[in-house]
Write a protein that binds this ligand. Sequence first.
Ligand SMILES: [Zn+2]
Ligand SMILES: [Zn+2]
Length: 350
Amino acid sequence: MPEVLAYACDDKTAQFHPTTITRREPGPTEVYFDIVYAGICHSDIHTARGEWGSVLYPLVPGHELAGVVRQVGSEVTRFAVGDHVGVGCFVDSCGHCPECERGEEQFCSGEGGTIWTYNCVGRDGVPTAGGYSQGITVEQDYVCRIPDAIDLKVAAPLMCAGITLYSPLKRWGAGPGKRVAIVGMGGLGHVGVQIASALGAEVAVISHTRSKEADGRRFGAVEFHALSEPGTLKRLAKSFDLIVSTVSADSDLDALLGCLKVGGVLVDVGLPEHPTTFRLGSLVGTNRVLAGSNIGGIPQTQEMLDFCAEHGIAPQVEVISGDDITAAYDRVVNSQVRYRYVIDTATFAR
Ligand SMILES: [Zn+2]
Ligand SMILES: [Zn+2]
């Protein structure tokens, strides 16, 4: 059984320390890969801090994994030793329910449901442990191929942040002739701006202040709007075909919906903590749509990686060591990261 170095936390204070975990020997259809980089997603923080319900401590978070295949099972056909691969938010599902059949394994309705990359129990009965570790064993059907054109350290954040934005942008038709606004330009939003722009849409950023304006334009935005300036949303009334909100802070849904053209779509991926209210008239009067979106399945995640390779899309990352994880969490919460922390697992030591 491969023993690997990892970083875990033991309670809601989310203080990370080095540890050792055991991964299973790859079965016939599984691959074992060395995790080289792991992104820090805001979801890791919510989970580790117990903000999203019960936690299986000690917890090794991380669902943005990028690495190199080290070992393959006897029946593995899709991967070979040395391949660059990535894993996102889930590592297994039933494989034959309607959702799995159509490649939306994140919504698995079969027995056992979706097996999340961490804070879940795998089919082997062992709690899953995520990317803050030096290696992992995963069923080949839940592993994506990272194209050579994408550096592993920028590939990692694509596995959650990338697909979280790619999926709704594709579903709701971001493309030439469409005006798309991305609300919030953090770890998710800064990738969304790049993807929407590469899809051919005319992209606007709606941010709290103008502090990220130069970056936003570098990522492909042609407009940048600051909510701190009075009247911004009023000025943007009926401006966009599609708005994707990545902010987890509570926002004025009626005002945002008002920025949509007739028939426009507002998609939320930011998942604000509190219940919210809005006037249904904001939808009904102009055929608008309010939608949600939750990551994407394996086929679409692979499509996203290939798209990002083709269009040179790369999250902007800051590489940190294992010992930096605890402090990095506060910096993510305070929006101080530009724009995604990626842990270099070569820094792990006993
Ligand atoms: Zn995530
Ligand atoms: Zn299923």
